[in-house]
Design a protein around this ligand. Sequence first.
Ligand code: GDP
Length: 299
Amino acid sequence: WQRLTEGMRRTSTSLSESVTGLFTKRKLDAATLEELEDALVQADLGVDTALRITEAISAGRYNKEISPQEVKTILASEVEKALAPVALPLTVAREKKPFVILMVGVNGAGKTTTIGKLSQKFRAQGLKVMLAAGDTFRAAAIEQLKVWGERVGAPVIARAQGSDAAGLAFDALQEAKATGMDVVMIDTAGRLQNKAGLMAELEKIVRVVKKFDESAPHATLLVLDATVGQNAMSQVELFQKVAGVTGLVMTKLDGTARGGILVALAAKFGLPVHFIGVGERVEDLEPFEARDFARAIAG
Ligand code: GDP
């Protein structure tokens, strides 16, 4: 909670300041409500959600004085309501051995870092984790994954830059099975500038993974960078179409005032949100909690 509020300071400060500015010694009239709705849209909560929240705040209080604190309390409760259905933990099914997690997302979103952080969490639960360096386009991505693997004690299956990612994924799964791994996480390339290539490659990886185990991937996690704001919406659409996303991880909530985008994503897609990234260190990945997040947003 401490790290979350610290990390979310920018999102909460900007909204909190608007609310305080709007409602200090002012009645809840049409003009204030409109300004409030604007502030909520500005905070990336999405137009529908902003409208719903504004209605909830005005219900029974129209033309009365309302304190900023009251507004924040209602705001937090409405945001929590919107997020509660998607705040779901990622459960590793122990009967799937290995449990296969495909990590997707555009370059720079924080995939590799999130894989490292997740590995640490799984290792702490006593799970044996293997990593597959499936972003074969970037030598730096392969190297970075190896560094994380070493740090958290997870073997990394990697090949030279430019190798076939699907083939590498298949080899990793076989190796994982042979060595009794509980979890395999497959890193992938996220070259948005070459959408056709990206799609073809992800589709091929999914196909090959299914050849290994029809029920796999058991989780396909889309990593989204909170700082891209509304852009996250089209990224979800794209990756859902190509890879069948089962859950979201939102990173970089520490460096942005755009955390509200999670509320818009929840309203539009209803996909589970498993974790949020609030920093670059290995411990800076938090399970997503609707109430904490809502309180952090409302300030
Ligand atoms: P990838 O291209 O998707 O694999 O992205 P990386 O894992 O390489 O991350 C890109 C950059 O974002 C790196 O500098 C990471 O340290 C940084 N990063 C990842 N997650 C977070 C986060 O939650 N907060 C912050 N501040 N930085 C992050």
